[in-house]
Design a binder for this molecule. Structure first.
Ligand code: URP
Ligand code: ZN
Ligand code: ZN
Length: 458
């Protein structure tokens, strides 16, 4: 028996058309008219959009940071994801000092196994590069299905790597079909600014953003693109936050450099006015920090003209009470990160598609198709086509709701989007043909997500 979604409008990165979808087992089998078999179950989705399940390629679930661990683990994080219409996440498995990549990856598999409500893959964030680690890149790609790594140009003395390591990583990545993702902020500039503010007694969250100026991002983006070019490699820039950094990417793309760039809902919608001297503003402490509002129009245009390739969330949640308060006396002790994996599609639809800043095709492209393509999951994920996984979101454009921490599935005691009115919501969600969300509620209490080994990047 198959399932027919009848009467919806199918939207992909390139198409927009009315047709029925027939799913059987885990796959999309047919698209068109008159495709139902007598025994099929018919679901009326008249008036809704049918979208490929969202692909969020930047999450941090169950991540130890300092003396604490992110509020969301794989269970609560992926419940939030699937309610919001995201059916695949690619999480940053993280290698800590002294660990091999294999040890780090096995630790992440242990955290995730049996808990996922979405399908999932891993990148590998590397904090301790050396010759032995470099040799493991081949294993990571060929045997473990992890075809992207991440390096940090910031977080001095913890995660930050130097240019020598960046060059070596790009070279190895190219050799083994592994894409290098980079957190672009100049960590040395930031280290000095943080120390200056602290020594002056300027310790409130307000100084978090002052200690991480846009120039630190612009410089790092410029430098990393140059290093990637010298190594004849591609580069993926995570969480780009400012117009100046966007201009650097735009120029590099115009020159033919193979650069991918991601931004996040927080940089499109929130701004630096959230930082003040109150404890409340620890809720917004992220890196890079929120920027002046005028950057947002440039970022929206960057999505629309496809300079920006991906919108991911960088979901990295810490409770306001009991975790963010570690920085009450010193902004540099506030764990960095915010939640958002549940809200990505409705935020982008409400503030991007509805006012006409991005088209429906761009909406699908940046939330599903491009992330799947860039990270080796396409065409299994990221589109609606015969043979693709039946990860389908039935998107109800008329459903309005207000984002509230008390009703969210993410397991964190606040949301940076509290009170925002949303237009558009995932009414039903199918994960490989199985209905997991029904009328906006999780309808299957069991996690059915599977690990997705990914293909190498060319
Ligand atoms: O503040 C952030 N973005 N925290 C998560 C870790 C990272 O830098 O991506
Ligand atoms: Zn980062
Ligand atoms: Zn991140």
């Amino acid at each position: 028996m198959g399932v027919i979604l009848r009467g919806g409008i199918i939207v992909t990165a390139v198409d927009y058309y009315k047709a029925d979808i027939r799913m059987e087992g885990e796959k999309v089998i047919a698209i068109g008219e008159g495709i139902a078999l007598p025994e099929d179950h018919i679901l009326d989705v008249e008036g809704c959009f049918l979208l490929p399940g969202g692909v969020d390629v930047h999450t941090h679930f169950d991540l130890p940071v300092g003396n604490t661990v992110t509020a969301d683990d794989f269970s609560s994080g992926t419940q939030g994801a699937i309610i919001g219409g995201t059916t695949t996440v690619v999480d940053y498995a993280t290698q800590f000092k002294g660990q091999t990549l294999k040890e780090a990856l096995m630790a992440w598999h242990a955290k995730a196994r049996g808990k996922n409500y979405t399908d999932y893959g891993f990148h590998m964030a590397i904090s301790d590069w050396n010759d032995d680690i470099a040799e493991e890149i081949c294993w990571l790609s060929k045997s473990a299905g992890v075809t992207s790594i991440k390096l940090y140009m910031a977080y001095k003395n913890v995660l930050q790597v130097n240019d020598d390591i960046l060059f070596k990583a790009f070279t190895k990545g190219k050799q083994h079909g592994v894409l290098v993702c980079v957190h672009c902020e100049n960590g040395d500039m930031i280290y000095n600014l943080v120390n200056q503010y602290r020594s002056q007694g300027n310790v409130t969250p307000y100084y978090h953003s002052l200690s991480r100026p846009i120039i630190a991002e612009e410089e790092a983006v410029t430098r990393v693109i140059a290093i990637a070019q010298a190594a004849q490699s591609q580069v993926y820039i995570v969480h780009l936050s400012s117009n100046l950094a966007l201009q650097v990417v735009m120029k590099a793309k115009a020159k033919g450099n193979k650069v991918y760039a991601e931004t996040c809902p927080q940089y499109l919608l929130l701004d630096e006015s959230y930082y003040n001297h109150s404890f409340e503003s620890t809720k917004y402490v992220i890196s890079p920090p929120l920027r002046q509002k005028e950057n947002q129009d440039f970022l929206w245009r960057g999505l629309s003209n496809r300079i920006l390739d991906v919108v991911a969330t960088d979901h990295c949640s810490f409770n306001f009470n009991g975790q963010k308060d570690a920085g009450l006396q010193d902004f540099s002790m506030i764990p960095n990160g915010i939640p958002g994996v549940e809200n990505r599609l409705s935020l982008l639809y409400t503030y991007g598609v509805v006012p006409g800043k991005i088209s429906m095709n761009t909406f699908v492209n940046v939330t599903a198709t491009q992330p799947a393509k860039i990270f080796g999951l396409f065409p299994r994920k990221g589109t609606i086509a015969p043979g693709s996984d039946a990860d389908i979101v039935v998107w109800d454009t008329n459903h309005t709701f207000v984002i509230r921490a008390e009703t969210q599935y993410q397991r964190v005691d606040y949301t940076p989007y509290e009170g925002l009115q949303q237009k558009g919501k995932a009414r039903h969600v199918f994960l490989r043909g199985r209905q997991v969300v029904h009328h906006g509620k999780l309808c299957d209490v069991n996690p059915h997500g599977i690990y997705l080994p990914r293909q190498g990047i060319r």
